[in-house]
Design a binder for this molecule. Structure first.
Ligand SMILES: *[C@@H]1O[C@H](CO)[C@@H](O)[C@H](O)[C@H]1NC(C)=O
Ligand SMILES: *[C@@H]1O[C@H](CO)[C@@H](O)[C@H](O)[C@H]1NC(C)=O
Ligand SMILES: *[C@@H]1O[C@H](CO)[C@@H](O)[C@H](O)[C@H]1NC(C)=O
Ligand SMILES: *[C@@H]1O[C@H](CO)[C@@H](O)[C@H](O)[C@H]1NC(C)=O
Ligand SMILES: *[C@@H]1O[C@H](CO)[C@@H](O)[C@H](O)[C@H]1NC(C)=O
Ligand SMILES: *[C@@H]1O[C@H](CO)[C@@H](O)[C@H](O)[C@H]1NC(C)=O
Ligand SMILES: *[C@@H]1O[C@H](CO)[C@@H](O)[C@H](O)[C@H]1NC(C)=O
Ligand SMILES: *[C@@H]1O[C@H](CO)[C@@H](O)[C@H](O)[C@H]1NC(C)=O
Ligand SMILES: *[C@@H]1O[C@H](CO)[C@@H](O)[C@H](O)[C@H]1NC(C)=O
Ligand SMILES: *[C@@H]1O[C@H](CO)[C@@H](O)[C@H](O)[C@H]1NC(C)=O
Length: 548
């Protein structure tokens, strides 16, 4: 064929084909699309959405209702995860007409239970990625663990790692079939359980992604779930003299935390830039004789706070998990240390680990972390520090991680612990500098991920919008999609142009809602650096610097 001239009949044929084959990225192509023959995957349907058409889709786990998206094709699949057991997962691909050539998987939160349609829309489609997300093999809200059985091992494995991995493999083929070419690069974004899923992929299937954005990962489930129960028991039951009401947390403890800790970063602004620099002393709030106990702390409460703000070591000096860091007191008055309304850890113990549907938190004992580690349901733990294949020269993978300093659902200490374990391992085994492939950014004042408002009540006060998972979907998109303000774009720059981010810039919107306007911008520092005010307009990111 080389050098030959196209005969006229071939040109004619090409013209006819072009007229009868729908244009890639069009309504006709979407509705007539049939997935390539793939073992273990079946098409449930396709739906085309025109630009700015209303997209109103919900499942038990996630919802989207907007008319702001570019045009895309929604492809719904069922993926067989174990043919013998007839177990399966629901997976969706959202394929934009105006494709940037890249693949993006979006992860989950809590115990999952539905395709993350919110992030498919507000991250993948909004930024031109071909997006994939899976329900991880069961349909439920994020706190529900009853689907796990006990004893529903295939569903537990699907949640642990299998459904996402198979969805990625299948999803890449679907993308290729739809656009007629493979994605140039594959990315991942997720927070909480989503962070765990990202790290699990890095450790177990290093070829799946070129780069992952990992937010406050639940990657040490065996320890996290034990810690969640353990730390709650410092104040429970609600009738105990140790218990502190939401009002005590927000109106008594939080102001004292700010009094002791806020100014250390050079600015008294209600945000503790680095809580590691402050060791909070609750005894300053001790009740004086005759004082009204809604305005001060009793001795049992002070002892409980000492335990809550300290690192946890079990009786045998085994490290369990990080502590609460001072600053997040207003965020989860009904969260872990209120725990009356947070069923997830108890569900985990009941349905995943102990196989005892009657188990309650007060039955916790010091052997539970070890039992959790031994069972490790669905191999959900993602704590292997050996990521040499993912980051090795033949793959060149990158990890961008973030965590809110005020996260009280998954201690920031956990992010630091895993990061440091990789740091030590890679240094010893390969001599490589972790900075070349793994960077962790800390977010002053931010709580857990900035999850959708229907899951958690508040998300803290601080510059907390920077393109993380679930953020745009809950009314706080990054102020710009460029690499300085949008963590996914920063990852793409790093993977594709070797431009590694040294800082990010995040925004605080009044009421954590973009419609209320930007209040201030701040840099996010790369661990272990912390943020300091250097003078000038405190609403401007340029008035701050990261110092180590
Ligand atoms: C979206 O769908 C839900 C129910 O599925 C409905 O209650 C709601 O009104 C819809 N929103 C719009 C704007 O149509
Ligand atoms: C598939 O499910 C069957 C039946 O539950 C089980 O025996 C088998 O171990 C499972 N296979 C895998 C790879 O999980
Ligand atoms: C397999 O599961 C699907 C639903 O996921 C069901 O429709 C089908 O009947 C099942 N097949 C068998 C052989 O049990
Ligand atoms: C609970 O059941 C699972 C099988 O579903 C098993 O792997 C696990 O070891 C059991 N847990 C305990 C504490 O025995
Ligand atoms: C104690 O303080 C609370 C809250 O300020 C108030 O509601 C309550 O009435 C006070 N109790 C007494 C006995 O003064
Ligand atoms: C701790 O709890 C587990 C699970 O309920 C139980 O099997 C074990 O016997 C308990 N250990 C002690 C020392 O109480
Ligand atoms: C602590 O260590 C002792 C001695 O090795 C052992 O008997 C005990 O079971 C351990 N306790 C826990 C909670 O693991
Ligand atoms: C790390 O993982 C690689 C790839 O699986 C393996 O070859 C190597 O032996 C591991 N290193 C250590 C120290 O376990
Ligand atoms: C943001 O504010 C607008 C206007 O008040 C409101 O309609 C919207 O629901 C808010 N968004 C969120 C996520 O709270
Ligand atoms: C920023 O927030 C503070 C405190 O809520 C408020 O007083 C101020 O008016 C806000 N500034 C802007 C520019 O919205």
């Amino acid at each position: 064929m080389h050098g030959s001239i196209c005969p006229l009949w071939l040109l004619l044929l090409v013209t006819i084909l072009a007229c009868t084959t729908p244009v890639i990225g069009s309504s006709a192509q979407c509705t007539s699309f049939t997935i390539p023959h793939l073992e273990g995957a079946a098409l449930l349907g396709t739906t085309y959405f025109k630009v700015n058409e209303r997209v109103n889709i919900s499942n038990l786990y996630s919802a989207i209702d907007t008319d702001t998206l570019p045009a895309f094709c929604r492809v719904e699949l069922v993926i067989t995860t174990n043919a013998t057991a007839n177990s399966s997962a629901l997976t969706e691909l959202w394929l934009p007409d105006d494709w940037n050539g890249r693949f993006l998987a979006a992860g989950q939160g809590g115990l999952a239970g539905g395709v993350d349609v919110a992030d498919l829309g507000f991250i993948a489609i909004q930024q031109g990625f071909a997006g994939v997300s899976t329900d991880t093999g069961h349909s439920s809200d994020a706190d529900d663990g009853t689907w796990a059985g006990p004893g529903n091992d295939n569903a537990i494995i699907d949640f642990g790692w299998r459904a996402l991995h198979l969805s990625v493999i299948t999803g890449k083929e679907v993308v290729k079939g739809y656009y007629g070419r493979s994605a140039t690069k594959a990315y991942y974004i997720g927070c909480s359980t989503g962070g765990r899923q990202g790290l699990k992929e890095v450790q177990m299937f290093p070829d799946d992604f070129d780069g992952v954005v990992v937010g406050s990962p639940a990657n040490w489930m065996s320890h996290l779930m034990s810690w969640s129960v353990h730390i709650s028991l410092n104040v429970l039951p609600t009738t105990s003299p140790r218990f502190m009401t939401p009002a005590i947390w927000s109106d008594v403890i939080h102001p004292e935390v700010l009094r002791q800790c806020d100014g250390l970063d050079g600015l008294q602004d209600g945000i503790i830039n680095d809580p590691r620099s402050c060791s909070f002393r609750p005894e300053t709030l001790a009740c004086r004789p005759g004082q009204n106990t809604s305005t001060c702390l009793t001795l049992p409460q002070i002892h409980a706070l000492h335990r809550i703000f300290a690192d946890y070591f079990e009786t045998n000096q085994t490290y369990i998990f990080g502590p609460y860091y001072p600053g997040g007191e207003t965020a989860y008055p009904d969260g872990l240390v209120g725990a009356t309304s947070f069923p997830l850890p108890q569900n985990w113990m009941r349905f995943f680990v102990l196989n005892d549907t009657e188990w309650t938190m007060d039955e916790y004992n010091a052997s539970i972390p070890r039992i959790c580690e031994e069972v490790n349901p669905g191999q959900a733990d993602a704590v292997n520090p050996n990521i040499t294949v993912f980051v090795g020269p033949s793959h060149g993978g990158k990890i961008l991680q973030y965590v809110g300093w005020a996260d009280q659902l998954i201690s920031p200490g956990n992010s630091i612990h895993y990061y440091e374990s990789v740091h030590a391992f890679m240094q010893a085994e390969t001599g490589r500098d972790i900075d070349e492939f793994y960077r962790l950014f800390t977010v002053p004042g931010m709580n857990h991920c900035r999850a959708p408002a229907d899951v958690f009540v508040q998300d803290g006060f601080g510059a907390n919008a920077f393109g993380g998972a679930g953020q745009a979907a809950s009314g706080m998109p990054p102020i710009s999609l460029d690499a300085q303000h949008n963590i996914l774009a920063a990852l793409v720059e790093w993977v594709e142009h070797e431009e590694a981010p040294s800082t990010l810039t995040a925004a605080y919107y009044n009421n954590n809602n973009v419609t209320a306007g930007v209040n201030f911008t701040r840099p996010l520092c790369k661990f272990p650096a912390s943020l300091r005010f250097v003078g000038g307009n405190s609403n401007d990111a340029a008035s701050f610097e990261c110092v180590t």
